[in-house]
Design a protein. Sequence first.
Length: 198
Amino acid sequence: MTGALTKKQQTRQRMLEAAGRQFKSHGYAGIGVDGIAKAAGATSGAFYAHFGSKNGAFDAVVKAGLDAVIEGIPKFQKDYRDKWVEAFAEYYVGKPHRDDLACGCAMASLSPEIARTDSQVQTIYEEKMEKIADLVAAGLADGTTAERRNRAWAMLGILIGGLTMARAVQSRKTAEEIAASIRMAAIHAAGPAQGTAL
């Protein structure tokens, strides 16, 4: 049985959440250790004690962010059954998620940052994304395992890229147009779905 978090664990969790918000909002280069520590209500010394470096914090943020997706997809599959792809796509490009850059999905917010970082975090990202693709594929119907996995990658790529585009435009009308188009394209790419028996 897991007990309450210790004060040290609470401090680390608070700094991890603050780092996630800052990296997603400002990018890796756009925020420093002092800024992250300040956002967490902690000292820079405490930051280094928990993460060792800014890179260490970024690695931890990537892991936590993608783990949240890994936990979330089966919930969509369980709750929405064979309509889970539509529900997930609606959530993913919907206005609340589009507007929540600081707390939004790590796949969209951090992928461009990861592409510019070192091989260690790219390895973490690849391993987590492989797991996410497998979870998506498990919730798709028809076709071979390889075909479902291809459809999963296509769906994920459309949603991640589409959300990035919708967030980048200034006009609300254009953002809504992109979001609607991306939602339909992602659903089409995924093809028939099935609820995952959990």
